[in-house]
Ligand binder design. Sequence first.
Ligand code: GLN
Length: 492
Amino acid sequence: MNPTALTVHAALARLSAGELRASELVRAYLDRIDALDPTIRAYLAVSREAALEQAVAADERWRAGNGVRPLEGIPLALKDVLCTRGVRTTCGSRILADFVPPYDATVVVRLSAAGAIVLGKTNMDEFAMGSSTENSAFHPTRNPWALDRVPGGSSGGSAAAVAADLAAGALGTDTGGSIRQPAALCGVVGLKPTYGRVSRYGLVAFASSLDQVGPIGKDVRDAALLLEAIAGHDPMDSTSADQPVPDYQAALGQGVEGLRVGIPNEYFVEGMDPEVEAAVWEAVRVLEKLGARPARVSLPHTPYAVAAYYLIAPAEASSNLARYDGVKYGYRAPGGKDVIEMYGRTRAEGFGPEVKRRIMLGTYALSAGYYEAYYGKAQRVRTLIRRDFERAFAEVDVIVTPTSPSAAFRLGEKTEDPLQMYLSDIFTISVNLAGLPGVSLPCGFTAAGLPIGLQLIGQAFDEATLLRVAHAYEQATDWHTRRPPRAAGEAP
Ligand code: GLN
């Protein structure tokens, strides 16, 4: 078996048994990236030499049998919005095309402290704004299940890399769905932690009150392992919570007997793909068979979530992106006659159309005279959405919904219609507005063979229950064991 197909936990078992060497594993991934990534285009950059070097050190630790860390020798991919010291971090943008951070994000420090090896940086929608990875300034990424389709976004490179066995696991970021939606569209597991669970230090900010870093893995156990490595308080991020990090793996295997599972009325909307709806209801039946107790719940402010998000997220983005002015970071346009013209040209040339749209929307929503009517009102809606969840969680332990209203759409299908693109996240956005954890896992396939994602939403800081339910469902089904069809360039 090609070792690139192994889950993180299976690879660890082999490394530990001496049946596999980290350098073998890293080399297998690099070979596969050479063969397949010219087609998939999940990566923006690959750290070949550094990865091989670290693999030799990992093999030394495994051989010595001491100093072995929880992810010793595991090759991972990082979304290119996470700062890596000495390694270009572009955020999928021209404006940061040559930005080399002088420091590592806390999640990167933690992964390397756990022994993981970074294979490279993955493609994404520019500044994480998008749902298809087509807003990357560099190139789109293809869905490994169907090469004419998008992988979702904005963490589309990370999700495609995991689905196509181009990395054992990956990190993504999620502001309105950007881990869960691409995980759903690529048939892998993606978890957005509770706001504050994972440090944002060194994560290039999009919307600071919504952004979270989280894992993308081939199965639920891998997501648990990766989350455990990156979670926990960080003095460098004042919004990171000083909450104990439980042993997430211990939550697995406990079953769902007696657990109350909420199904929100408002999440089964018109316009949803009937194949997605059927798969989600079937998943509810599986959970019921396993002993869970399904119940209807109501989240009445759901219809306002997308509107509130598209005021709050662009408002925060317009403020966060003000720093890209050609002086402090990245690209500077030549030829301006004074500093004002230089700012203008730099931003006009450096940002793509979606980022400009968000900056204009956000600047308008924050402007004097409109602030209360737009930003203020959106914040009040946000509170109502949070209360909806509080009420629902008085009755249930976990909430089940589809992750995305449809399976992977075609490249180019939604690029001309931003509103259609925004609606891809209709089921994921509320979770960010409420600051809650959510996970997407495979729950079936369309007739055309495209993966369908199931979303589980949990209470704040209760990722353990999410993982427990997700694992019980996963172990009762075999969706997670299916692999994408053989792609061009792939060895037989
Ligand atoms: N698709 C949503 C947006 O474009 C969410 C993006 C994200 O979670 N980063 O804003």
